[in-house]
Structures are given as structure tokens and as C-alpha cells.
Write a protein that binds this ligand. Structure first.
Ligand code: ADP
Ligand code: ASP
Ligand code: MG
Length: 409
């Protein structure tokens, strides 16, 4: 019998009516003759509430605090897994809930953002073979010491794709509150249109540049294991978006999608000595402090003796990053240190970039025409990102969407 994995996000399980609606979607796959494993998120808002409570009590600066963080914030998924299993039973469908540790889904011990090492599928497969639906709590696992772990915000997507790989599922259907992957976040750009197919590489870039419709790691996992992933709505029967290899995308524009991230902060060091080793002095300690530096730009002064260095870090890490840089002041010898946490990153993405020229120029001109100043630029083979003042995010997204011909008529 084919195995299908279905994943339902927070808004899809936000109340009991919606959980019953999910149960009907599960029943439909069972009635089609499939073995079904369902992965659920916490009810919408619950994880945020749990995170807030945790943060009120602790700065989460020690490993043991992070272990407790995971114990707390993973609990939302336990509730929805139980509720959905009950709802299915009430509809006459045998089902049982599975927590991360019961599978087990084994992860490393990087609490708060753990990576999956292995999913033991024997027990869940046995239960599926006995005719049960498996309702799995997403987002959570267990480390090798038996402590509960979580997979980073949005991690249920990754639980689902990993489970699909472990169960050799025919499909992994990600049900959410939009009916597919759009050219840009449809809540901001109302003229965004649905992509029927999107290449793994493109959605990987979109996700890592902020499009939270899929967690980045879930896309990596789907690519690496060849999992057939579909994104679709829990509230309609509209056709969704299929993740495919690049060759399978038929219609190709210069740009496939536009993503944005408000989770950014800028740091600038002025008048740093322009000598070998200085970048290592700045970025080495940041890496040691586990702070992920993203965009970097350096402007050398006229005589070449000094340079300004600007870079970005996740907004939540700004305070820590500043403290780390200040600690190395004697070695780096910068004149001043300043920062800004009201910046946003806007990225245009598409494999079409490989064969078209002038895409960056068009981005810069479009933003200039709207009077939007570019603070930092970074590029990769299929992506161009710019850092701008946060207040212009929506204006920039809409202007770029129009400029690249992505608007729906
Ligand atoms: P879930 O709770 O189901 O996991 P999320 O809120 O994590 O749902 O992700 C779905 C949201 O992603 C949508 O509501 C939408 O606002 C946002 N989103 C951002 N970029 C895109 C995009 N390119 N296409 C579709 N949705 C997007
Ligand atoms: N409930 C978790 C979160 O809000 C995991 C998820 O929804 O994917 O991040
Ligand atoms: Mg999500």
C-alpha cells in the first residue's frame, strides 16, 4: 500500500472545527487506499505563547535552559496530535498519536534548532501495517541523552519531509493557509500568482531568504532524499505547488520569486585598519559565538589605509554581536561602531538569472525610481539580495514584482 505523509500547520489546526476538517482530509486519503502518516503543528499562536513565557523566565543563555525551552515549546504539538487522533477515532478511523521520542526521531543536541539524525520507522510502520493512521507531533525529537529537542521555528515542515523519506512515502503534502507557493508572499503582494511548479533550488533560496511557507531545512531534506513535496491549502481543494527538478519547470521567467526578511540588523565599523587578518579578527569571534553573519560589504578609503566594514546578523543576535565586536576593539581598532535594526532584506530569485543579463541593474533602477536607498548588496548564482530601510519593504516588493513582469492581470 502506498504511504502518504500529510502535514498540517498551525492555522489548519487552530480550533476543534478545523481539526475535524483536517480529519476529513485524512479520511479522504485513507479511503483512497493509502497508509497515512499525519504530521501536525501546534494550534496557531500556541508556540509563540510558550516561547514568550519561557523568555520571561530566562535569558536562555545556558545549555540546560535551552533543554527546558525545548521541553516547554514542543508541548503545543503534543496537544494537537492527541486531538487529531481522537477526532479520527470519532470518525471511525483507527489512529494513534506519536510524540518525537516515541518514534523515536533522533536529533543532535543543538536545542532550539536541532538537526535530525535519524528516524526509526519500525514501530510506526508496524502500526500503519495494522491499519492505523499515525498522527505525529511535528517540530520535536529527542537527543541522544533522551532530552526532548525542537527543530527550529517552522520545523514541522522538516519533520514531515523527514518522515516521508524514512517511510519511503509516495508523497508529502504540506497543507497550509495559502493554496501553494506564490511569486511573493500573497499577504503583502496581492498581485502575486501561484507557481504550479517550482524548482527545489529556487524554493530553497526563497525559504532561506525569508519566505516562511516552507522551513529551509525541509527543502534541503526533500532535495537530498528526492521526496515529492506538494504545498496546498487545508481550506480549499485548489491545485497546489509541486517541488520539482529544474528541468521540469516549463514556463520560465527571468525571475521566479521575490522574498523578504525583516529578521535583519546592520552593524557598521568605521575606519578599520586595512591590513591582512582584520576580517578574521571581526568575524572569527562572531562565528565562535554562533552568530550567523549574512551580508558583508567593505568600503576602502581613498588612500587605502582604512576601511569601513558593514555586515548583517539576525535581529535577535544584534545585542550579542555588538558585545562580541566591542570585546575585540583593541585588536580591530575601529573608530566607531554603529547599528540599525530597522532594516529588511529583499531578494529576487530565479534560475532564469543564469541565462539572462541585466537583472541586477533592473533591481537597482526599480528601487532608485522609488527613492529607496540600497545599504548592502549580496548575490549568488540564482539570487540578488539588497538591504533597505524596513519601512520600504512593501513598496520595494510590489515595485519589483511589477518590474519583473510577475503581476497577475
Ligand atoms: P503553517 O502554519 O501552515 O506552517 P506558515 O505561516 O508557516 O504556515 O507559512 C504560510 C505563510 O507563508 C503564508 O500564510 C504566507 O503569508 C507566507 N508566505 C511567505 N512567502 C510566501 C510565498 N512565496 N508563497 C506562499 N506563502 C508565502
Ligand atoms: N509550532 C512550531 C512553530 O510555530 C513548528 C511549526 O509550526 O512548524 O514554529
Ligand atoms: Mg510553517
Amino acid at each position: 500500500m502506498p504511504v502518504i505523509v500529510q502535514k498540517f500547520g498551525g492555522t489548519s489546526v487552530a480550533d476543534l472545527d478545523r481539526i475535524r476538517n483536517v480529519a476529513r482530509k485524512v479520511k479522504r486519503e485513507v479511503d483512497r487506499g493509502n497508509q497515512v502518516a499525519v504530521v501536525v503543528s501546534a494550534m496557531s499562536g500556541v508556540t509563540d505563547q510558550l516561547v514568550n513565557m519561557t523568555r520571561q523566565l530566562s535569558g536562555l543563555s545556558t545549555p540546560s535552559a535551552l533543554e527546558e525551552y525545548d521541553t516547554i515549546v514542543s508541548s503545543g504539538e503534543q496537544v494537537t496530535a492527541g486531538l487529531l487522533a481522537l477526532a479520527l477515532n470519532e470518525m471511525g478511523i483507527p489512529a494513534r498519536s506519536w510524540l518525537g521520542w516515541q518514534l523515536p526521531l533522533v536529533s543532535d543536541a543543538a536545542h532550539g534548532k536541532a538537526r535530525i539524525h535519524d528516524i526509526k520507522s519500525d514501530a510506526i510502520m508496524e502500526s500503519l501495517n495494522e491499519g492505523n493512521v499515525a498522527v505525529v507531533a511535528g517540530f520535536q525529537g529527542v537527543d541522544e541523552h533522551g532530552r526532548i529537542s525542537t527543530l527550529g521555528r517552522g520545523g514541522s515542515d522538516t519533520s514531515a519531509v523527514a518522515l516521508a523519506a524514512a517511510l519511503k512515502a509516495q508523497r508529502c503534502d504540506i497543507y497550509t493557509d495559502v493554496d501553494g507557493i506564490y511569486t511573493c508572499d500573497p499577504r503583502i503582494v496581492t498581485k502575486a500568482h501561484k507557481l504550479h511548479r517550482v524548482a527545489y533550488e529556487e524554493i530553497l533560496e526563497m525559504a532561506s531568504q525569508g519566505a516562511k511557507v516552507l522551513q529551509t531545512r525541509s527543502v534541503e531534506m526533500a532535495m537530498n532524499h528526492g521526496v515529492r513535496v506538494q504545498v496546498l491549502s487545508s481550506f480549499s481543494d485548489a491545485e497546489g505547488t509541486l517541488l520539482v527538478d529544474e528541468e521540469e519547470v516549463v514556463e520560465r521567467k527571468r525571475i521566479t520569486g521575490i522574498a523578504y526578511s525583516r529578521d535583519e540588523a546592520r552593524i557598521t565599523l568605521t575606519s578599520v585598519a586595512n591590513i591582512p587578518g582584520v576580517s578574521a579578527e571581526i568575524f572569527g569571534p562572531l562565528a565562535d559565538a554562533n552568530i550567523n553573519v549574512d551580508m558583508i560589504v567593505q568600503n576602502v578609503s581613498e588612500g587605502g589605509a582604512e576601511t569601513d566594514v558593514t555586515f548583517t546578523v539576525p535581529r535577535g543576535d544584534l545585542k550579542n554581536a555588538l558585545a562580541v565586536v566591542e570585546k575585540s576593539r583593541d585588536k580591530i581598532k575601529y573608530k566607531s561602531l554603529n547599528s540599525d535594526d530597522s532594516v529588511a532584506k529583499v531578494s529576487v530569485i530565479g534560475v532564469g538569472m543564469r541565462s539572462h543579463v541585466g537583472i541586477a541593474q533592473e533591481m537597482f533602477k526599480t528601487l532608485a525610481d522609488k527613492g529607496i536607498n540600497i545599504l548592502v548588496i549580496s548575490t549568488s548564482e540564482i539570487k540578488i539580495s539588497v538591504l533597505i530601510a524596513e519601512e520600504y519593504t512593501e513598496l520595494a516588493l510590489r515595485a519589483l514584482h511589477t518590474a519583473y513582469g510577475l503581476d497577475t492581470e
